[in-house]
Design a binder for this molecule. Structure first.
Ligand code: BG6
Length: 455
């Protein structure tokens, strides 16, 4: 992490504070941050739903209770406020901003189309100096809308005051990728296409829709996970070492990788798979078919499992497939980057061929596993597979806490820059359009299985 600024006092104004995101992720993340750091933060919520200040304060107290002693919330409660408002209305937005005691951080916990309307409304106001904007994913709904949103935002505040949120960038392991790669001769010397045959970034979840049908059915696994989170992981895995760990250098190197990334063979039909789950059991939870989940329109043909192979067209990586995959209701929870090295030639005199070396980074637990071929136990003339495992203690800050820390301190290191957000859409545009034209079959898998066979 770059040098921490001592932050000024800020008011976090959450637009769409009635939603699930605020309760499930945002407020607990904020609680983990404010319990660990002595920041002066006012927490305001605004949404169409009626709610009293007292109910809002209780929600904040409960969120602290999820991660720490609820009494840690006390010092933030007096200034906390909830305002019922139509956040797309310029006059009501003016009142919301006036309610901020300090420099506002306007947090858009809103769907992309509403975010665009709020930004258009904000153009009619004079925003206080230093106002920061924090925008939830997905950023736009396609390349054209992301570009339009970026243009609109650029008219409101300078880019350094814009924080496009990707909570994966707040996961300790994602940042650990940089330490691991660049602090070790061992990794850096093999981290290229001459030594590495294939890289897979897999994020398979046990969870199904969990009541998010209204949002998810218009996104699907490709947009919800690959287009945003997994491409950011790919950029960190593939990037050149930044000369300094600051927002300019880190994000420029990540953006360079994204610009060089395209669908394998520029053939989306041959390089992508999609599927959706049917009824089944994940552990002891029974899930209905995706198409029977509330809020789902089967005609949209939304996928709950997506897999796309990409190429990073740089001297280091040309010819190495990067496979990105993520699915819901999969029987095996997997959050891994798997690196497979090229095989070594057979060793004369030893029984058994060496398996390719492998490196596995677990994005959630922080574990690193090296798969090596060693001499057989008891018979050194044979070869067998061994795994060396290193576990890590992850920090106390929740991923949202880490991302919010950057926003409170005014450091956009861990947020997605405008051009990166557009590149992520550009990379998957051909896949989205091939899927819309039905050039790739929509397969099925029972919830709780490992997905369709043969991918
Ligand atoms: C969110 C997606 O951004 O990331 C969810 O919208 C997904 O669908 C989640 O479940 C995964 O992240 P985490 O941190 O909850 O594993």
């Amino acid at each position: 992490m770059t040098k921490r600024n001592v932050p000024e006092s800020v008011s976090i104004l959450i637009l769409g504070a009635g939603g699930d995101l605020t309760k499930r992720l945002l407020l607990p993340g904020l609680a983990s941050l404010l319990s660990a750091h002595d920041y002066d933060v006012q927490v305001l919520g605004a949404a169409q739903e009626e709610r009293t200040d007292e109910q809002w304060r209780q929600l904040i107290r409960d969120s602290f209770g999820q991660v720490t002693d609820p009494q840690n919330a006390d010092r933030y409660l007096e200034s906390a406020r909830y305002i019922t408002a139509d956040v797309t209305d310029p006059e009501q937005l003016r009142l919301l901003i006036q309610a901020c005691d300090h420099t506002p951080i306007i947090y858009f916990a809103l769907p992309p189309a509403v975010t665009a309307r709020v930004c258009a409304a904000l153009r009619q106001l004079d925003l206080p100096a230093g106002t920061r904007l924090a925008l939830e994913k997905p950023f736009g709904t396609d390349l054209t809308s992301a570009r339009a949103l970026n243009r609109l935002i650029a008219q409101l505040v300078p880019e350094e005051q814009v924080f496009r949120i990707d909570h994966f960038l707040g996961m300790s392991m994602v940042l650990n990728i940089l330490g691991l790669r660049f602090a070790n001769q061992f990794f850096e010397s093999v981290w290229n296409g001459r030594r590495i045959e294939r890289i897979e970034i897999v994020y398979d979840e046990l969870l199904g829709l969990e009541g998010r049908g209204g949002y998810y059915d218009r996104a699907g696994a490709l947009i919800d996970m690959l287009q945003s989170h997994l491409l950011e992981v790919l950029a960190l895995i593939a990037m050149e070492q930044p000369p300094r760990l600051n927002e300019v250098e880190l994000r420029s190197n990540a953006a360079q990788i994204l610009r060089a990334t395209h669908v394998w063979g520029d053939d989306p039909a041959a390089s992508s798979h999609r599927a959706r789950y049917t009824a089944g059991k994940v552990g002891d939870r029974s899930l209905p078919s995706y198409t029977d989940e509330p809020g789902v329109d089967p005609a949209l043909k939304t996928e709950t499992l997506a897999q796309v192979t990409l190429e990073v067209d740089t001297a280091r990586w040309r010819g190495v497939p990067f496979v990105l995959r993520s699915g819901k209701a999969i029987g095996n929870y997997t959050t891994q980057v798997r690196v497979r090295l090229r095989p070594v030639p057979e060793i004369p005199g030893f029984g058994g061929a060496p398996a390719p070396d492998s490196i596995m980074l677990d994005l959630k637990s922080g574990a690193v596993e090296l798969g090596l071929t060693m001499n057989g136990s008891g018979d050194p003339f044979t070869l067998e597979r061994s795994t060396l495992v290193a576990k890590k203690e992850l920090g106390d800050l929740l991923p949202y806490g880490q991302v919010l820390q950057g926003i409170v301190e005014g450091d956009p290191l861990l947020s997605v820059r405008a051009d990166m957000a557009e590149e992520c859409w550009r990379i998957f545009d051909p896949v989205i359009s091939a899927w819309r034209k039905d050039e790739v079959p929509l397969e099925e898998y029972p919830a709780g299985s490992l997905g369709p066979k043969g991918w």
